[in-house]
Design a protein around this ligand. Structure first.
Ligand SMILES: NC(=O)c1ccc[n+]([C@@H]2O[C@H](COP(=O)([O-])OP(=O)(O)OC[C@H]3O[C@@H](n4cnc5c(N)ncnc54)[C@H](O)[C@@H]3O)[C@@H](O)[C@H]2O)c1
Length: 430
């Protein structure tokens, strides 16, 4: 069932939703956002919650809960990832959908924002169970997603294989004549089924580029700089890969299983090989020592890359942070109270809606190729991505200087102003 969020004041729980609303309201206050447009943007357009049964390998039936929240589509079809994690709930989906709206707007893409997923712990299920769960979820979403309506992509614990199952299920529900027109219903697909070169690394490459643009601006040489990464999945790994290639040194990693540290450096490729052979866990890697999770963010380093979940840097650990740059690979990793502490300490933060926007930009290129029947080379994708991201980064720096605000506020201002203009020009139906 699709339900409209009440347009009156929405209850705000502490958590990611509270953070994104505070970030939005702060920027909206600075620009004096039109009060009517503020009313529209502070709520989500549509919220879909589905409960669906799936037969497990042992013959038992389990019922799952899936979400898809469509925040805004004033600039184009809804766009955003699907997350498989126990923390997925309606508020998480709302918050992440809102961040997608600001991200696609800031990047100048013809997209709105959405997010969703299933509340589950994927490691509890076999591959064939995950396939049936994904297919049944896709079926339950039905025509609430679509290549010109709402286009999912990978997020935490989902990957190209999951996108291929979604594509196949969605296409199977269409008449044969319609099927090939629906390739762009999801992005982040494997190359064999319409995926794009470079989409696998697009988010991490974008995080790396953001750090490089920041370093260019500050006249900092990244060679020999020490960095730590929380999350060693798609975003964490590729960010570390490109930073290491630039001469920076990975000294600590934290994932869902624990934290490891080596002040002399951890080889990114060796750690990847190890974690792939160890069910995705970095724990036990021979060339580093295990440390307590609570000590991770306080480690001595130059750059900190949170690339896992939201609300990881909080008022509790912010004052212990020694890095002078935080590059937000994850969505919403720094809460509002922590950000105040960090900014006071003079720590720079490249905000998520800019820093990890390489992912949705890469998805846009995949979508365009599918839509136009084209196949681009890796170099072409990477060059286009770099050019686009450089443009966004410069705009954020310029706005930050002109308005005398931090980078997150600047990024939000640009994103909100683009939406404000769209609403002013379109008007409100009827
Ligand atoms: N995949 C993308 O293209 C993309 C794009 C933009 C933003 N993001 C954001 O980046 C973040 C990571 O996404 P991903 O695609 O790399 O996911 P992933 O599933 O590939 O990897 C997630 C990583 O985080 C670790 N992790 C999970 N819970 C943790 C915890 N409590 N503490 C420490 N580590 C934990 C996991 O062990 C894993 O290493 C998310 O916030 C996501 O929304 C992803």
């Amino acid at each position: 069932m699709i339900t409209k969020t009440p347009k009156n004041k929405r209850q705000q729980k502490q958590g990611m939703l509270d953070n994104v609303m505070r970030q939005f309201n702060h920027a909206a206050d600075i620009i004096g956002l039109n009060a009517n447009i503020r009313k529209i943007l502070e709520v989500t357009n549509n919220e879909l919650v589905v409960h669906f049964p799936v037969r497990m390998d042992n013959g038992e039936v389990e019922v799952f809960t899936g979400y898809r929240v469509q925040h805004n589509n004033a600039l184009g079809p809804y766009k955003g990832g699907l997350r498989y994690h126990p923390t997925v709930d309606i508020d998480a989906a709302r918050a992440l959908a809102m961040w997608m709206t600001w991200k696609t707007s800031l990047a100048g893409l013809p997209y709105g924002g959405a997010k969703g997923g299933i509340q589950l712990l994927p490691s509890k299920y076999s591959q064939s169970e995950l396939e049936r769960i994904t297919r049944r979820f896709t079926y339950a979403l039905g025509d609430n997603i679509g290549p010109e309506l709402d286009i999912p992509a990978p997020d935490v614990n989902t990957n190209p294989q999951v996108m291929a199952w979604i594509l196949d299920t969605y296409m199977s529900t269409k008449s044969p004549n319609e099927r090939s027109k629906n390739m762009h219903v999801v992005t982040g697909k494997p190359l064999g089924v319409g995926g794009s070169e470079g989409r696998d690394r697009a988010t991490g490459y974008g995080v790396f580029l953001s750090i490089r643009f920041w370093a260019e601006n500050k006249k900092v040489d990244l060679k020999g700089k020490k960095f730590i990464v929380q999350g060693f999945g798609n975003v964490g790994y590729w960010t570390a890969y490109f930073l290491e290639k630039e001469g920076a040194i990975l000294t600590a990693v934290q994932d869902a299983f624990g934290s490891i540290y080596n002040e002399d450096g951890i080889s990114v490729e060796k750690l990847l090989e190890y974690s792939q052979a160890n069910k995705g866990s970095i724990l036990g890697f021979a060339d580093a020592q295990a440390i307590e999770n609570k000590d991770f963010f306080g480690l001595d380093c130059d750059i900190c890359v949170p690339a896992a979940l939201g609300n990881q840097i909080t008022a509790e650990n912010a004052s212990s942070i020694k890095a002078y740059l935080i590059a937000e690979g994850a969505n919403g990793p720094t809460d509002v109270e922590a950000e105040k502490i960090l900014l006071k300490k003079g720590i720079d933060i490249i905000p998520d809606i800019l820093c990890n926007s390489g992912g949705v930009i890469g998805s846009y290129y995949e979508w365009l190729q599918n839509r136009n029947g084209e196949i681009w080379h890796l170099e072409e994708v990477m060059e286009k991505l770099e050019k686009k991201l450089r443009g966004s980064f410069s705009k954020v720096l310029k706005t930050s200087k002109e308005r005398g605000v931090d980078m997150r506020s600047a990024a939000f201002i640009i994103a909100i102003e683009r939406l404000e203009q769209a609403y002013e020009q379109r008007g409100i139906f009827p």
